[in-house]
Ligand binder design. Sequence first.
Ligand code: BES
Ligand code: ZN
Length: 455
Amino acid sequence: MDALEFLAQHEADNLEQLKELLRIPSVSAQSEHAADTRRCAGWVADHLRGIGLAAEVCETGGHPAVIAEYQGPAGAPTVLVYGHYDVQPVDPVELWKSTPFDPIESDGYLLARGVTDDKGQFFAHVKGVEACLRTAGAIPCSLKFLIEGEEESGSAHLNAFIEANRERLAADVVVISDGCQYGPDMPAINFGLRGLAFVEVRLTGPDRDLHSGSYGGAVANPVNMLARMIGQLHFADGRIRVPGFYDQVYTATAWEREQFARLPFDAKAYRRSTGAPALWGEPGFTPLERTWIRPTLDVNGITGGYQGEGGKTIIPAWASAKITMRLVPDMTPEDTAAKLEAYLRQICPPSVRLEVIHHGGAPAVQVPVDGPWLEAAARALETGFGRRPFFTKEGGSIPVVGTFKSVLGIDTLLIGFGQQTDNPHSPNERMLIRDFHRGCRTAVALFHELAGVRR
Ligand code: BES
Ligand code: ZN
């Protein structure tokens, strides 16, 4: 029996095992789940050992990472599969139709927090490895897994960990499945991701909340002032108003635009899928271009003043906002954040104090759009999904891709098995069960295709 047949016969088992993994609430951002997160690393390492790999739970200084290794034939390429076993918080939990850590099947989907981001995706590679080992007894390439536990909370310890484990992680190519196809039954290879810069803005006014009757009108209200400043970050048409913001923005190549033009895009269906009353964005660009090749500036949250039950008449002492900017080549997180800070200082009224906290970020990444690795991945997706992949970009960020290039010198193949409509980071996260099984098949094909690439 070959590995693909093995997968066909073990679909139910594989799904059950994925459910077991999904029952562990590995929410990396919440300290109440620190023990669960560690337990999840143990589960992943045990599972990898169970299928015949040498696996270890490695300390990083934060949530542990799992490394596993398989030694293939001498001279064969080494493939490093990266994924993350941590998941986003479940809030607002009341909007879930199921229990986030009690996976259920419904309408062809598996529903659970983390199923598409990223447990169901990295686990597909694990099951692909198992299928090869249980049938042929071997895999034609060498393999390494790096499954981390802090991706959803910023991978604070990962760069140092990769630097400290350079030799151990050395490989010829990285494979990441932590993203999306272009649509249902539309497998894709991503050739680029946006980067990210994260900045927190805090305005303080009076040294305590003041009575808005006694002081209102004479002392500036930090919430009002922050709202005014945020209102000045964009022009009315959607362009970003921060001076110099677009200076380093690259111009998409003709090849890129040609790939985009090939993609079917239904703006009405896209709008409907979001629930928003209308689409919005920078003039002169299509929605795909706005999310893939143009930078953005978004307030993720704004806090200040009284938010409790009933009313409270105050001039709040402070207000704050969390802002992220999605970056495209050749912007850097440092330079972009510095430009935002300079502009905020310029528009901040003297009646409040401004504090800007830089939380770092990651540059955008472009992966090579030609060469034997990419061709091999395209053939593997064709085996797994029965269709040639589309070439797409992605608006989200996977910061480690830049680290793999800068620290280990390795390019990454981005082959997401999920769908944009899988609700990652949202209530009712889900993954098409058939996408999981196709991911497993793709992994089997990929290890064989990549093994044949001459370096
Ligand atoms: N899996 C996502 C990246 C992603 C997002 C891929 C959307 C495809 C579509 C990843 O887990 C993620 O959410 N990354 C964060 C990174 C940030 C916290 C530095 C993101 O993009 O917001
Ligand atoms: Zn993810």
